[in-house]
Design a protein around this ligand. Structure first.
Ligand code: FES
Ligand code: FES
Length: 166
């Protein structure tokens, strides 16, 4: 058994888990954060993506014990109360989902992607970066549109804040 202690969506949590427990199972089964999905057993689908210390990680590829001491954000931690995160809002506005199964992983991957490209994103980059996230419903077109729109909205917001501060 391993003792695990992490910060998840701003709260300190701890638990004792079997050494083989994956981070995704710890989040879902120990913490009840079932927005993080499990869509495969081959680390291909990306439905399990969360942020570990600010970077998108497939939580089925990491042991809970390995994540001990880290700061984790899951889809449940993205909105600001009732206010959707700009990426969530863009997925809603641009119909970037159908069944929604892939959506939490897509959104967590997209927020990391946008943070790593503060100068903005183009369609080819978004499509290449989504290589590790599979959607069986949408044909990706509206997902890409949503991510591009969120990237634009977030860079406008950042420029607006910088102007105010100047
Ligand atoms: S559950 Fe499919 S990549 Fe993690
Ligand atoms: S919306 Fe159904 S799998 Fe992507």
């Amino acid at each position: 058994m391993s003792d695990v202690s992490l910060t998840v969506n701003g709260k300190r949590v701890s638990g004792s888990v079997e050494d083989r427990t994956l981070l995704v199972h710890f989040l879902r089964e120990n913490l009840g954060l079932t927005g993080t999905h499990v869509g495969c057993d081959t680390s291909q689908c990306g439905t399990c993506v969360v942020h570990v210390d600010g970077r998108a990680v497939k939580s089925c590829t990491m042991l809970a014990a390995q994540a001990s001491g880290s700061t984790i954000v899951t889809i449940e931690g993205l909105a600001n109360g009732a206010e959707l995160h700009p990426v969530q809002a863009a997925f809603k506005e641009h119909h970037g989902l159908q069944c929604g199964f892939c959506t939490p992983g897509m959104i967590m991957a997209a927020t990391d992607m946008i943070a790593r490209h503060p100068q903005g994103l183009d369609e080819a980059t978004v499509r290449a970066e989504l290589d590790g996230n599979i959607c069986r419903c949408t044909g990706y077109h509206n997902i890409v549109k949503a991510i591009l729109a969120a990237s634009q909205a977030m860079s406008k917001g950042a420029k607006g804040k910088a102007k105010q501060a100047a």
